[in-house]
Design a protein around this ligand. Structure first.
Ligand code: PPS
Length: 569
């Protein structure tokens, strides 16, 4: 079973001449601008990474994949690869019709013949594929809050690969990797999937895995989409390039995979294995909590730590790729080396630094010992993640109209400017609505757009090392979460709930709006005729009743200090 078949795998591209012709014809077709996740999926569909899929799943295949982890013809395939679109676009196209699939700049990458159009039961998909209909799971959150309502399915005709400007030489299609393995004479190859920087423990375990499997090693990190909050792939690739030199020469290679992960644990492990098989790999490392999404909304793990290994083991024969189970490696101080945790006798000193502890040390500028990582890797991580006191961040006030958000935000702005060091920008609800969002009203759609615009500006400020203070009502939890995710890629997001009660806001009625809302003269007024989702876990909740503004602003400052975002001196 480990004998590789390194013959080329079928791709969905047409010849260069046909592609040129098709591109011209496709310009007249209805066209769909692919989302970043769909672009990743399309790339792997077209280059054979998702073989045997020939396009986005139709309804029969979708139902069968969701229920049975198999295509309708019985072939093992664990992940629904679907083209989700909004109802408006779905209503404008029919089964039997061809559509053009474009990237975000409008370049036509492929055409698709629509064979199926349906409205999926997303809760069922969440339960079956991700194990729970719980939006704490990033893919379930995506499914409910980002993906369109309707799915289109049908075969894809590939015109060109998505364009990448970064690390071109490190990206390989399945056929390019197959050709490389043929050329190098690599008959057994073990792949390591990762979305994190490699530290010494990973290097040790991958090296051991390769020795055990008597195979060469492919470091195959995901650079498409990973878990929100992960280290960006630019930094990671620089880290991988530093680590690749630590392996014995000519045993190991590095290639980047433009996959959009779903964090689906056991199902994801099977999916990852099939993708690697398509890339000409014979063995695949499955670790503890493979592609784990973190905790659910009850604070528990979504999957058991070895569920992925179990499921993989059951299917590896059929998949034609063998699992090398991940050994949890720890550092034994007395012997100054990494060893599998389950092989260590009592009484020796075991050292370990968790991901959380590493982030804390980076955030606080603390030492990261050489036994844990390579100096080159630590240097890259420190460049990207300077100590928190030097990073940009966003303070996001949310609360009812008249709760005191703007007043506290203003006081905070002045105090932060007094301290100096970083530029401070206030994006107050009213100011934003005068400038950035002057054409918007208060429908759900418009409020979402308003908050997303604020989030976009705040994320740019945060990325560039500034402080953004936002003070809109931001009544919807899902929109606040989306903004948080966007900003946390670059720095801290500090949500402050200004928890003044509706009764008190109405009693103050500083702008006379509550009266008008009660009289029905203002429609969709937050708290009266439009909902406000109270934040469940804000970084800080401030009560304004019986407390002066200065004190509230001071509470925020203390929180920022406690989070290491501002200096104490
Ligand atoms: S949102 O929901 O976050 O987009 O709202 P925001 O941009 O913060 O704007 C809120 C200010 O607009 C005034 N206003 C209303 N608020 C809520 N609902 C309705 N229908 C509405 N119409 C006008 C109100 O003065 C809010 O100001 P603040 O500063 O919150 O008191």
């Amino acid at each position: 079973m480990q004998q590789p078949n390194l013959a080329p795998i079928p791709e969905l591209y047409v010849s260069y001449e046909s592609a040129q012709k098709l591109k011209v014809e496709a310009a007249d077709l209805p066209s769909w601008d692919l989302t970043p996740r769909q672009i990743c999926d399309l790339e792997l569909l077209m280059n054979g990474g998702f073989s045997p899929l020939k396009g986005f799943l139709g309804q029969a295949d979708y139902d069968s994949v969701v229920d049975e982890m198999r295509l309708a013809d019985g072939t093992l395939w664990p992940m629904p690869i679907t083209l989700d679109v909004p109802e408006k676009f779905a209503d404008s196209v029919e089964s039997g019709q061809d559509i053009a699939l474009r990237d975000q700049e409008g370049v036509i990458l492929a055409t698709m013949t629509i064979t199926d159009k349906w409205t999926p039961n997303k809760s069922r998909e969440a339960e079956k594929v991700f194990g729970a209909d719980d939006e704490a799971h990033p893919a379930v959150n995506y499914l409910h809050n980002q993906a369109g309502k309707v799915y289109l399915g049908g075969p894809v005709t590939g015109i060109q690969q998505p364009v990448h400007y970064d690390f071109k030489a490190r990206r390989d299609t399945p056929n390019e990797l197959r050709a490389l393995f043929r050329k190098l004479g690599w008959r057994r190859v073990v792949a390591f999937q990762t979305r994190n920087p490699l530290h010494r423990a990973h290097q040790e375990l991958t090296f051991r895995a390769a020795k055990e499997a008597q195979a060469n090693l492919l470091i195959h990190p995901v650079v498409g989409m990973t878990k929100p909050g992960d280290v960006d792939h630019f930094t990671r690739v620089r880290c991988y390039e530093a680590v690749i030199d630590k392996y014995p020469g000519a045993t190991t290679t590095l290639s980047l995979l433009n996959l959009a992960m779903r964090m689906a644990g056991p199902r994801e492990a099977i999916w990852h294995g099939l993708i690697r098989k398509n890339h000409g790999v014979t063995h695949f490392i499955v670790g503890r909590d493979h592609a784990g999404p973190g905790k659910n909304s009850a604070g528990e793990d979504f999957y058991g730590p070895y569920d992925a290994q179990e499921l993989f083991k059951q299917h590896q024969e059929e998949m034609g790729i063998e699992m090398v189970p991940f050994k949890h490696m720890v550092f034994v101080q007395e012997r100054a080396q990494y060893e599998p945790a389950d092989e260590i006798e009592e009484g020796v000193t075991v050292l370990n630094i968790s991901g959380t502890e590493l982030r804390r040390r980076l955030a606080e500028g603390l030492e990261i010992p050489e036994w844990f990582s390579f100096p080159e890797v630590v240097k890259e991580l420190r460049r990207t993640r300077p100590p928190r006191a030097q990073q940009g961040f966003t303070v996001f006030f949310t609360g009812l109209s008249g709760s005191g958000k703007s007043t506290i935000a203003n006081a905070l702005r002045v105090k932060l400017m007094e301290m100096g060091g970083r530029p401070v920008t206030l994006l107050d609800g009213d100011i934003v609505r005068k400038n950035l969002s002057s054409e918007l009203g208060f429908s759900k759609e418009h409020r979402d757009l308003n908050i997303r615009r604020i989030g976009f500006v705040a994320s740019e400020i945060t990325k560039n090392g500034g402080i953004a203070i936002c003070a809109p009502i931001a009544p919807y939890a899902t929109t606040r979460r989306a903004v948080r995710e966007e900003i946390e890629d670059f720095g801290a997001f500090v949500e402050v709930h200004v928890a003044t009660s509706l009764e008190e806001c109405e009693r103050r009625d500083r702008k006379g709006l509550y009266k008008l809302a009660r009289e029905g003269k203002i429609k969709e007024f937050t708290g009266i005729s439009d909902p406000y989702d109270e934040p469940q876990n804000p970084e800080l909740r401030v009560e304004t009743e019986g407390t002066d503004v200065d004190h509230c602003a001071h509470q925020v400052l203390l929180k920022l200090e406690q989070m290491g975002l501002i200096g104490t001196e």
